[in-house]
Design a protein around this ligand. Structure first.
Ligand SMILES: NC(=O)c1ccc[n+]([C@@H]2O[C@H](COP(=O)([O-])OP(=O)(O)OC[C@H]3O[C@@H](n4cnc5c(N)ncnc54)[C@H](OP(=O)(O)O)[C@@H]3O)[C@@H](O)[C@H]2O)c1
Length: 304
């Protein structure tokens, strides 16, 4: 069958871009993955010509500056990628008359809420990363382009760098792990977020009306220490870890970091669920990953 529907994904080698590439797409749909080597979004004419040649029906932006601590010392680059790039993509999407799906973060919130954040909460970021992501959100939400900003959180899976792989690598290398227990969030299986972005893109192409801002993250909320414990149990239970390292809960102040993180950044994904994009249970996804026979070998090299 001829593939006719073209979807452009901005980003190629990142965690989420790889998960999107690993998905099954409808037979008549061709996703094009454009990393920084394939497209220069800061050359508007060139980027417009490149994109229009692909005749996309929708654009999905996964590109971002995601190093939360490094953003404190590279504020210009973080701003360029997280605030300026979405604005430029919004302009391009408008010129091409196609919808744009953009991925954002729970770190746009300050963590002072007592319950998971719905889309209606006014954000206030604590870190430069969070502020630049928020600037990108605002630029797109204010733009006349057809956009959906999807905020997610705490991605994990086999692709790219993430907390699950870090914990498994450290467990293979050290008998004691110290993990903070005073930051609560929403672990999200990156593969499920990718599948939901694919479905959202296809639904947009089909003309389904969607809100311009959606929260989509895993449930239930947990803290990094308990998430680490669940990771270790899942992989130990599936026979992939010889022993269980000792896991110590520590406070954030005992693990100094350049960027401030919110104490509670869990996202309320109820609106997405009501629209037909169900909230993933991260515990089930973790168990499925632990059972996955095609996993890479667990070693300290996984996060090298
Ligand atoms: N990871 C998380 O836990 C998490 C949590 C909440 C929200 N998010 C959001 O989810 C999205 C995807 O995150 P991720 O984990 O997939 O990030 P990632 O693994 O760090 O990938 C970053 C992507 O950005 C692109 N990029 C980085 N620097 C670039 C540059 N100088 N020029 C052009 N492109 C550049 C990369 O392009 P190449 O393909 O060319 O390398 C890559 O595809 C981001 O918007 C992030 O803010 C992530």
């Amino acid at each position: 069958m001829t593939r006719t529907r073209s979807i452009v994904v901005i980003g190629r080698h990142g965690q989420l871009a790889r998960e999107l590439a690993a998905l099954t797409w409808p037979r008549d749909c061709l996703p094009h993955f454009l990393g920084r080597g394939e497209i220069d979004l800061f050359s508007p004419t060139l980027a417009h010509n490149q994109l229009s040649a692909l005749r996309p029906l929708a654009i999905v932006n996964t590109a971002a500056y995601t190093a939360v601590d490094a953003a404190e010392t590279e504020p210009e680059l973080a701003h360029l990628l997280n605030a300026e790039l979405p604005l430029r993509l919004g302009n391009l999407a408008l010129r091409l008359d196609v919808p744009l799906l953009h991925v954002s973060s729970d770190y746009v919130f300050d963590g002072s809420a007592g319950a998971p954040y719905p889309e209606s909460t006014v954000p206030r970021a604590l870190s430069h990363y969070g502020r630049t992501k928020l600037a990108g959100d605002i630029a797109l939400l204010d733009s006349p382009a057809d956009v959906v900003v999807v905020r997610s959180a705490w991605l994990f899976g086999w692709q790219g760098r993430n907390f699950m792989k870090t914990i498994l690598a450290r467990a293979a290398a050290s008998p004691i792990l110290r993990v903070v227990n005073d930051q609560v969030g929403s672990p999200t299986p990156a593969a499920v977020l990718a599948a939901t972005l694919r479905d959202l893109a296809l639904d947009l192409v089909a003309g389904k009306p969607l809100p311009r801002l959606l929260h989509f993250a895993g449930s239930p909320a947990t803290n990094w220490h308990d998430f680490a414990a669940a990771i270790l149990q899942a992989f130990h239970g599936a026979g992939h870890l010889a022993g269980l390292p000792q896991l110590q809960a520590i406070a954030s102040c005992e693990y100094p970091a350049l960027a401030r993180r919110p104490a509670m950044s869990a996202l309320d994904s109820g609106l997405a669920a009501r629209l037909g994009y169900p909230t993933p249970d991260w515990r089930a996804a973790l168990a499925a990953l632990a059972r996955n026979r095609h996993r890479p070998a667990i070693s300290a090299r996984m996060v090298a």
